[in-house]
Write a protein that binds this ligand. Structure first.
Ligand code: SF4
Length: 238
């Protein structure tokens, strides 16, 4: 591994006055020779970010973790994105553990009895495997998504995965993302039109009555449980 910078305050490398596009261009130049991936769970932010990076016309790897419990709308969106962005490599690095194998080993409906274990098996452990092969990780996280994301930096060292984490959308609001999606004709998950502000597994994601498409809310995630995050972001979820 050839990391350019270790254990420094990486945010001093840039200024947040840069436009998002300037920052994206800078990341592509600065980390051109590192193993760089963008992760997406096929929510609105991820789609916008894929489009922003794809506009630069350089090869890009997008990693997604198929839990095998995605909504049909998410698989449909994945196929649409693959068709729209031929120079983007969409790679599934989800678990090999099938739902049947999980039920045999851990019992039926693990997501109801022990959702943390289910998330670990189907999201967190596969994510650690992927991140161990990566130098620079691009995320669609935004500061206003939750209190745990309020201090996100555009670029920072991620101690959990031991890599450089880049979050170009930290300053964006959900309504800005939605406006970008519309203006740039970016494919987006049809679940958002059906009352799902965020996108997750079928078992743990519900529609939020009264929500509007440009409004962010995590109310539909694990709504019957004392759980708010899947653990991919160290207490923050996607
Ligand atoms: S979101 Fe639910 S179904 Fe998906 S991995 Fe986590 S507990 Fe399992």
């Amino acid at each position: 591994m050839n990391l350019p910078i270790l254990n420094k305050d990486l945010s001093t490398l840039i200024t947040e006055d840069m436009s998002t596009d300037e920052f994206i261009a800078w990341t592509l130049t600065r980390f051109a020779h590192q193993r760089l991936v963008l992760t997406s769970s096929f929510g609105m932010e991820g789609c916008a970010l894929i489009d922003m990076y794809a506009k630069h016309g350089v090869p890009l790897t997008v990693i997604y973790l198929d839990t095998m419990f995605f909504f049909p709308e998410s698989y449909k969106l994945r196929d649409t994105l693959i068709e729209k962005y031929p120079h983007v490599d969409f790679v599934n690095r989800g678990t090999d553990l099938t739902p049947d194998q999980q039920a045999k080993k851990f019992g039926d409906k693990l997501w109801e009895r022990d959702p943390d274990l289910c998330c670990r098996l189907r999201k967190v452990d596969p994510m650690y495997t992927v991140m161990g092969e990566v130098d620079v990780w691009i995320t669609g996280l935004r500061r206003s998504q939750s209190a745990t994301r309020a201090n996100l930096k555009m670029i920072e060292w991620d101690w959990r995965y031991q890599l450089i984490k880049i979050s170009p959308l930290v300053k964006w609001e959900r309504e800005d993302i939605w406006a970008y999606i519309q203006e740039n004709k970016v494919p987006y998950n049809e679940l958002h039109e059906k009352g799902y502000p965020t996108v997750g597994c079928t078992h743990c994601t519900k529609m939020v009555p009264g929500s509007t498409i440009g409004e962010y809310s995590r109310k539909g995630r694990w709504s019957d449980m004392d759980k708010t995050e899947c653990g991919l972001h160290g207490g923050e979820g996607i």
